[in-house]
Write a protein that binds this ligand. Structure first.
Ligand SMILES: Cc1cc2nc3c(=O)[nH]c(=O)nc-3n(C[C@H](O)[C@H](O)[C@H](O)COP(=O)(O)OP(=O)(O)OC[C@H]3O[C@@H](n4cnc5c(N)ncnc54)[C@H](O)[C@@H]3O)c2cc1C
Length: 385
């Protein structure tokens, strides 16, 4: 495998354009979006004008049709300014639009992708339930077959975009006794009878992203809304999460990058003992470590994205980049607060927001422990082959 680390002019043009937009449009509202803990429809509309809701959707469905390396860069740039809004965007793109584009029928693609690409519909993907987190096989939501389709009953929790979404991918058991071989993914729509949004979660971080409970009470879903094969949902879910992890890792790189920039700029200006903080080796070594680790994480993201774009197996690479990038984001934001001293602990500076936002990157779309399981299984499988 040869990796080319140069990007073409188009990539840099998109990066400059996205950075300028994020700084000018998302920057001024980032603190307020976090404080209010509300999804900003105003920003969502502006992000729609930039094409952020259809980054990898094919142009024939109104998307930008960009590759995964460029997609990851865009998510990183959004997260560098407003991590919670990068979460709304990455979930919508990687784990809702992507699986519909990959496994949807022509009819499903024509119906859902244009609305998702424009941002008219915000997308969600939901597996997690009160008794099924890391253990997807424990999903209790059922899908009972009837003449025209399936009737869904169950409770989903922690659904990103759940309270603002219009298109939902929902994992439900069509054959409970078969475990993961009995899981099917259904496309649900806002307003279906019996499909209710429950409580909105009050969160430590990522507060500008909506996280809600979903309740399904005898929801009739037509047969044509099955995504892929009946009982074939586990494969779709796992492959969808592989793609999703590249987005979450890119988000974590953006958080790490923000921590690096904020703390290095502060350390240059802040003087103690008549010298800038950067004159103290304890501070400059921390900055050196942050830079090195953020760049290392970005390279792992790019490797996974490159493999995905080139149709190579990338499950291990996606797990590695998510594991590393999320831990780097946590370490970088912790170090950054230390560099800010007491000023890092108060809400006058954005670094405390990035610190709070970083934590969940080690948890969602598979925890760090689950990432290590995936990486170890890949390694052990190769050793025993
Ligand atoms: C803000 C937010 C947004 C989210 N968005 C979505 C979404 O859009 N869609 C969705 O479906 N879910 C979503 N989730 C859920 C998220 O994916 C789960 O929280 C995550 O998968 C972990 O599940 P759990 O919280 O039930 O923890 P558990 O699975 O109960 O895990 C608890 C702890 O035990 C560890 N553990 C579990 N099993 C093992 C094992 N076999 N070996 C070692 N350690 C283990 C875990 O790593 C963790 O440290 C979101 C969560 C949050 C907080």
């Amino acid at each position: 495998m040869i990796l080319d680390f140069s990007h073409d002019e188009r990539y840099y043009f998109i990066k400059r354009t996205v950075r300028e937009f994020c700084e000018k449009v998302l920057g001024p509202t980032a603190e307020e979006v976090d404080r209010a803990q509300e999804f900003s429809w105003d920003n969502a509309k502006k992000m729609g004008e930039m094409g952020f809701w259809g980054i990898q959707v094919a142009p024939e469905y109104g998307g930008a049709g960009l590759d995964t390396i460029t997609y990851a860069m865009i998510i990183e740039e959004i997260a560098r300014i407003s991590a919670s809004e990068s979460l709304s965007v990455t979930v919508h793109n990687s784990v809702c639009a992507y699986p519909i584009q990959r496994w949807g029928t022509d009819k499903q693609k024509a119906k859902y992708l244009p609305k998702l690409a424009s941002g008219e519909h915000i997308g969600c993907f939901s597996l997690t339930e009160p008794n099924a987190g890391s253990d997807v096989a424990s999903i209790e939501t059922t899908a009972r077959e009837v003449e025209d389709g399936y009737v869904l009953n169950g409770n989903k929790v922690f659904v990103t975009n759940g309270g603002v979404g219009s298109t939902f991918l929902i994992g439900a058991m069509t054959a409970k006794s078969a475990g993961i071989k009995g899981l099917t993914i259904f496309i649900l729509e806002k307003g279906m009878k019996g499909f209710i949004v429950g409580k909105h979660e009050n969160k430590l971080g990522m507060r500008g992203s909506n996280t809600s409970e979903l309740i399904m009470n005898e929801v009739m879903v037509p047969r044509e809304n099955v995504l892929g094969q009946v009982n074939g949902g586990f494969k779709i879910a796992m492959e969808t999460l592989n793609a999703g992890r590249i987005g979450i890792a890119a988000q974590a790189v953006g958080i790490g990058q923000a921590a690096l920039e904020l703390s290095s700029s502060y350390a240059r200006k802040r003087k103690q003992f008549k010298r800038p903080l950067t004159a103290f080796q304890a501070i400059s070594f921390n900055l050196a470590d942050m830079l090195t680790e953020v760049e290392m994480a970005r390279l792992l993201v790019q490797r996974a994205a490159w493999k995905k774009d080139n149709h190579k197996p990338y499950a291990k690479d996606a797990a590695q980049c998510k594991l590393v990038a999320s831990e780097v984001a946590m370490k970088a934001t912790t170090k950054a607060i230390q560099i800010f001293g007491g000023y890092g602990f108060i809400k006058d500076f954005p670094i405390e927001r990035f610190f709070r936002d970083a934590k969940v990157t080690e948890i969602y779309e598979g925890t760090s422990e689950v990432m290590r399981i995936i990486i170890a299984q890949d390694l052990i499988g190769k050793l025993t082959r």
